[in-house]
Design a protein around this ligand. Structure first.
Ligand code: FMN
Length: 158
């Protein structure tokens, strides 16, 4: 399945997660500036860190506007969120919820929801029906779990 990853990353944390997923899924990788190319892929992975107080990473500010106009009908989609649950427990990985709100009514099939077990936060827009909307990584506090989290998520979405 032709897989494309589109991401935004300020200090390189999301980028390093994306690099790992790219290898495991043999995917093409672009920054969110190139989101227009998503229409060329069957399986689309959207990845972002959260900045400000629950805001999108900068690359996604234009990217989300472009996303509104894309035809994603029939696409398989997965989300990757990177954040800091100890420092930002009220807005933990909120940017994933912002992206999901834009795509949820576009006829997509979302894959790769994950359990919130093992995380410690008070509020997150990335949670729906008690589950995270995608793979959630916290390098600030739980970096030792990242590799295992990525590997088990890959098995779910591939
Ligand atoms: C000023 C600032 C604001 C942040 N705001 C949030 C936030 O609201 N929610 C969250 O989960 N993480 C927040 N973070 C944590 C970053 O998302 C985290 O450090 C992440 O690993 C950065 O990934 P990147 O290098 O790919 O951009 C914030 C970090 C900083 C420095």
């Amino acid at each position: 399945m032709k897989t494309g990853i589109f991401y935004g990353s300020t200090t390189g944390t999301t980028e390093s997660v994306v690099d790992r997923v790219k290898v495991l899924l043999d995917a093409d990788v672009f920054t969110a500036d190139d989101i227009d190319k998503a229409e060329n892929y069957d399986f689309i992975i959207l990845a972002t860190s959260t900045w400000g107080m629950g805001e999108l990473q900068d690359r996604w500010l234009d990217g989300i506007e472009k996303l509104k106009n894309l035809n994603l009908s029939g696409k398989k989609v997965a989300l990757i969120g990177v954040g800091d649950q100890e420092g930002f427990g009220d807005t933990f990985v909120d940017a994933i919820g912002i992206i999901y709100d834009e795509i949820k009514d576009k006829g997509i099939t979302l894959v790769g929801k994950t359990s919130t077990d093992g995380y410690n936060f008070s509020s997150s827009r990335a949670v729906e029906d008690g589950e995270f909307l995608g793979l959630i990584i916290d390098e600030n506090n739980q970096g030792e779990l990242t590799e295992e989290r990525i590997n088990s998520w890959i098995e779910k979405v591939r």
